[in-house]
Design a protein. Sequence first.
Length: 340
Amino acid sequence: MDGSNSNKRRDEAPREGDRWMDVRILKETLDCTVCFEHFRTEIYQCSVGHFICSSCRDKILDKKCPTCSIKTSFKRCFGMEHVVQSVAFPCSNAKYGCREGHAYYQKEGHEQVCPYGPCFCPASDCSFTGLTHELLDHLTIYHMSPCTDLPYHGTVALRLEPGIHVLAPRNKGNNHFFMLNMEPERLGYAISVVCVQPNATEPKFTCSMSYDCSGTGYCGSASCQIKSSTLSDGLPTDYDLIPPKRKISGDRKFIMLRITIHQASSVSKSHVKGKGLTSTPLTLFPRRSDDDGDIVCRSCIEGKCPTSSQKLLFPDYSSDDDDDVPSRFERALKRVSLLD
Ligand SMILES: [Zn+2]
Ligand SMILES: [Zn+2]
Ligand SMILES: [Zn+2]
Ligand SMILES: [Zn+2]
Ligand SMILES: [Zn+2]
């Protein structure tokens, strides 16, 4: 190797990948020896050098180190803090494609929202796990479950037979799909709806369902919040709609179901959280009848008004007045700080 070449190499900024090295580390090194919690941002040490987390330090009244019992003033240990920050743990969903690494204390928090979290095949004799879209393919190809595209406006009519029926949103970037399950029970066909997604959260969607038995003229409907699930516990066992068996004529073992799926109501706490406000500005849509206004977010303007449950006509609303109701309301919302 000649000199000019090695000089040139020294001048190059190291590439990001070259700055990291895979190592093994004893996990307890990154835990507080007193409370066994993972070290976070502030770490202190006694005069001998025993580490302690900041909340344990705050609880010590006699100023004695819990490890060596020497009376000491605990000092911040920036060196250890740097080590804790720079040890990157791979996400436990790495086998499903997540390439992120996090400090030990951030690992759990990330995995609760990791988009690479697995979903589970609900068939009792099948152990398939995979990403949301992989499970969708698995259900429709391997188990040959019927599948209906869910259009953007969220309403679809389908022929529902006992078993699983998949509803696939048009936008594949959604990382969720819906699943209907119809099971023959003693008195009727029990129908449940579930949103299949990684990291089951509070419901993000609502749905309304209605059916019509053309033979008997019997009809029924229900509205509900849609549970979200990874299906790790199998199919939901509580039902959202049960058409009575005797009302479904003869040997026809199906019903025609009309289902509308809509994002959960707009100004709930869960909706305001995160990026909801910046990505979906609020808009005022006056009701045609009496011209008073209901406020909904832009993604909710299709279908029913979440506040009045009334079918809305949505005329184009524009106002040059800077202080109209929506912008005042948006400003008020931005000042709201959410308490957990
Ligand atoms: Zn501690
Ligand atoms: Zn000590
Ligand atoms: Zn991850
Ligand atoms: Zn399966
Ligand atoms: Zn909304």
